[in-house]
Design a protein around this ligand. Structure first.
Ligand SMILES: Cc1cc2nc3c(=O)[nH]c(=O)nc-3n(C[C@H](O)[C@H](O)[C@H](O)COP(=O)(O)O)c2cc1C
Length: 392
């Protein structure tokens, strides 16, 4: 259901509000505490200005690249998101199929509503699997085994979920487990009949990635499952153990510190995923784009570096790559598209970002992803120059 007026990812954000009850769109759009970090992700990307070049032959701009040896049509992947089921019945498979069509990669969340196996059926070669270190090592081992069985080559360790987040929009809506929304939210949900219909009919309101008694875990059972499985005690020991057992690629997500990045590489990580969870976990920490240069320096080319948080435009992708990321990832924007129009809208979201990236590369006079470097930044990036982030 693509609307003519939708020409940007922000249009999808606004459109998704018309499809989702307020408590669900707040859950999707919101972040932790005062949402300072969430806003900073976008603001700091926007503060970076680019340098337009003239009369450069840009008749052939190539956005393709590789990540860990896998070809991508553009340096952009889908960040792992749990619970896509609550936005649209198409859920993870719809987004994964769109990622395949766009020549991208879908990262399946450890907290997904659909099983890894279901997604692997539609995106067997474009799928990375996120894993969490559960309290019971056997639970983690069994997940790794499932990933291996469906042919996943890259695991993404969730490195920033030891502590619990405080999302105040969700608390106001009573979105605990089980949800206890105020009466007003029931009225609001009734004004979204399409969503309600999907919820009553097609939607699988389960945490289908895990089973209990041979059936998918129900949403209202997730709290007790998490209480007994969540592992705030996970450390680098678990990472080292996984590294010794997993011969495929290993990426760690949630790295925001150069020392941690160096440690991850020393422990054998193939990819460092710079992420503050889109500002959803912990507030009052820097924007990802601000910590990227120091992390790239600490990694020193020994692993690939990826970045997410606030990527909303093709030129944001170019900025991340120019500062040393191998690829950028986006979360919310793909969920906005999914909620608005299912798989065709996610296809469209990819197309928008690719077109914008091509345009940006043309304007800065670069015809390949490899050529994107800090020379693309305007020399009046005062904020960055002051902080010594850009040394041009
Ligand atoms: C609805 C939603 C669910 C998410 N679930 C997970 C998750 O299960 N695991 C994870 O590592 N990150 C999760 N994230 C964070 C994303 O992977 C990503 O870091 C973040 O969305 C990037 O910021 P952006 O939304 O500004 O692009 C989630 C984000 C959203 C919006």
């Amino acid at each position: 259901m693509r609307k003519k007026w939708i020409v940007s990812l922000d249009d999808y954000r606004l459109a998704s509000r018309k499809h989702l009850p307020k408590m669900i769109s707040d859950y999707l759009e919101g972040g932790a505490l005062d949402e300072t970090t969430m806003r900073a992700n976008e603001d700091r990307l926007n503060a970076l200005m680019l340098r337009q070049r003239s009369l450069v032959d840009v008749s052939d701009v190539d956005t393709s690249t590789t990540v860990l040896g896998h070809s991508l049509a553009l340096p952009l992947m889908v960040a792992p998101m749990g619970m896509l089921t609550i936005f649209h019945p198409g859920s993870d498979p719809a987004v994964a199929r769109a990622a395949v069509g766009a020549g991208s990669i879908f990262i399946h969340s450890a907290w997904a509503g659909c099983s890894l196996e279901e997604v692997a059926r539609v995106a067997p070669n474009n799928l990375w699997a996120q894993i969490a270190f559960w309290k019971d090592p056997a639970e983690t081992a069994s997940y790794v085994k499932r990933a291996r069985a469906v042919g996943v080559e890259t695991l993404v360790v969730a490195g920033d979920v030891g502590s619990s987040s405080k999302r105040e929009r969700d608390l106001h809506h009573g979105l605990s487990m089980p949800p206890r929304p105020p009466v007003l939210d029931y009225f609001n949900a009734a004004t979204r009949p399409g969503w309600l219909w999907g919820w009553l009919t097609g939607r699988k309101m389960t945490y289908g990635n895990y089973e209990i008694d041979g059936r998918p875990l129900r949403m209202n059972e997730m709290n007790s499952w998490m209480a007994s499985n969540k592992n705030p005690g996970a450390t680098w020991d678990q990472f080292a153990k996984l590294r010794s057992e997993w011969s495929g690629n290993l990426v760690i997500k949630g790295i925001m510190d150069a020392e941690d990045a160096a440690r991850a590489v020393d422990e054998g990580a193939d990819g460092i995923f710079v992420s503050n969870h889109g500002g959803r976990q912990f507030d009052s920490q820097p924007a990802t784009i601000d910590v990227l240069p120091s992390i790239v320096e600490a990694v020193g080319g020994r692993a690939e570096v990826y970045l997410d948080g606030g990527i909303r435009r093709g030129h944001d992708v170019a900025k991340a790559v120019a500062l040393g990321a191998r690829a950028a990832l986006a979360g919310r924007p793909f969920a906005y598209a999914l909620a608005t129009g299912g798989e065709p809208a996610v296809d469209h979201a990819f197309a928008i970002l690719q077109e914008e990236l091509k345009g940006a590369m043309g304007f800065v006079g670069k015809t390949s992803v490899a050529a994107l470097d800090t020379t693309i930044f305007a020399n009046n990036n005062h904020a960055y120059a002051r902080e010594g982030v850009l040394v041009e």
